[in-house]
Design a protein around this ligand. Sequence first.
Ligand SMILES: Cc1cc2nc3c(=O)[nH]c(=O)nc-3n(C[C@H](O)[C@H](O)[C@H](O)COP(=O)(O)OP(=O)(O)OC[C@H]3O[C@@H](n4cnc5c(N)ncnc54)[C@H](O)[C@@H]3O)c2cc1C
Ligand code: SF4
Length: 589
Amino acid sequence: MQNHSGHGATTIEKLRTVHVQASSEPYDAIVIGSGMSGGWAAKELTEKGLRTLVLERGRNVEHGADYVTEHRAPWETPFRGRGDRRAVEERQFRQSKAGPFNENTAHWYVDDVDHPYETGEDDAADEFLWVRGYHLGGRSIMWGRQTYRLSDMDFTANERDGRGTRWPIGYADIEPWYSHVERFVGISGEALGIRNLPDSEFLPAMPLTAVEQHVRQSIADTYNGRPMTVGRVAILTQAHNGRAGCHYCGPCDRGCTAGAYFCSLSSTLPAAQATGNLTIRPDSIVHSLVYDEEADRVTGVRVVDRNTKEEMVFNARLVFLNASAIGSAMILMNTKTPRFPDGLGNQSGLLGKGIMDHHFMVGANGEIPGFEDRYTFGNRPNGIYIPRFQNLPWDPSSNRDFIRGYGYQGGSSRGGWGRGAGMGGVGVALKQSLREPGQWSFSMFPFGETLAYDDNRVELTDQVDQWGVPIPRIVGSIRDNERRMRVAMQNDGAEMLEAAGAVNVSTWEAPYRLGEGIHEMGTARMAATPEEGCVDEWNRVHEIPNLYVTDGAFMTSAGCQNPSLTYMAFTARAVDHAVNAVNNGDLRV
Ligand SMILES: Cc1cc2nc3c(=O)[nH]c(=O)nc-3n(C[C@H](O)[C@H](O)[C@H](O)COP(=O)(O)OP(=O)(O)OC[C@H]3O[C@@H](n4cnc5c(N)ncnc54)[C@H](O)[C@@H]3O)c2cc1C
Ligand code: SF4
């Protein structure tokens, strides 16, 4: 298959999906969910020889053919990108609050009427925003592709400041699995060699603009070497593993036929299919798990067909939960047995509690004079990154009036003719002035760590949806620590811009709802004992040896880095553990 722009060939196979009926013959493994982490579970399990069934609640999506808005021009877009306001207000009133939602991406986001949830009672501050993509590939098609490792500082944070459950593992345990995943995914970026943000296995970095190079130098000069780098992204800067390099067209979140960015459809699921061990069943809504008290095992998965509403059970020796942090917690809660009356993995009473996210919607902007003779070409789908520089355990001078911290994304841009929409004036003089590009501006867009507050939670109500699955209630908010951080996030950004000679520097803050960062995590936290958390150091549900949870549910603290790389690395590590346990006879299944 030739990619759409002729920038190299891709060899991405069409995925075969089937509506298999349940059979008494068990699969070796079932993976619930085909998104970022489920794709990895499928790839690793099948490559280790296990006959694996992937159950995906959403529709089938064919890589390329179903990216229906990928090359749509603005004038072909009926509502000029804004979407049909009435339809959005009626059917996607929550999803449309997500920043990247627009007329060209709306079809990736769920219908809020079909997929309801309850939130805080009348307190707007308690409104949780749950942004979802229910289709083959999940949110791996929709993501921003920013890709950062956590560091030892992050894995020891809860223990160090006594806030939250202790992680039972450290950075050294996951480091080889980050490398394993990165070599397959293809991450472009620059090595910095710093402790607070370990380097990945990199493809060549995307270039910084002239303005970004200037700001980077000013920050390094002013703040004793504080680094600014180009974003680390799961986008190929050269052909890699049968996928083409990026050709800088720009609108990635509509889908990329070239396969230049990592998603399940371009990468992990085709690799799994190539083994001959994969079966994918879309339209399969997992209701709950089947737990056999005598065997002390999960033996199967209860499914409702999305279209026919037929109920069925699929059996397997191993089960991986990858339905996303809230989806997986719901499945565990909805599996009540005499031994686990409050849901599987809930001996601690903490299942569903402590939801975290990365808070944002705050930042600083300024104009950078002196680069009027410089311009950019192409649409680099990436920006800058400034790693966390607050509260570094080895540097007391970095301590602040809050714990944890934030890193900055953002970047430079130059005003185009569209700025005329906000300008006064008419006629030839106005049009003439818009023939020249506008000012260079620079935006600092930080993401901060949220702590795990147990009353930020998901629970099941006694209402059910049209498939008989209990509707969740999700509540949560940020607290004083995050609020103090948000002040510093603005001030530090403005200070760095001023150090770089920016003019018209301003700071801003807009209301932020928990979940809006679309990094929800921590509903089935990893802990050393079942009294402290849901899964053990191998992502295995405590006391259930053949059930693993490897999406963001297991996160015990959030760090401030975009989290998906960490979910992928823990998934690969957990599969390795599960298959070794089977092969060594430690796990009789
Ligand atoms: C606009 C946007 C930008 C983002 N940017 C970034 C970024 O730059 N960097 C980053 O690290 N992260 C980013 N994220 C977050 C990232 O997409 C998620 O962290 C990641 O997809 C989570 O992986 P997952 O496997 O847990 O869930 P998902 O990818 O959401 O996959 C879950 C899958 O499970 C299926 N499922 C759910 N419930 C059931 C059920 N009951 N039965 C069967 N199937 C079920 C869903 O349909 C879905 O396909 C972004 C997300 C969005 C939407
Ligand atoms: S800019 Fe995005 S959509 Fe375009 S080729 Fe690169 S990764 Fe694909």
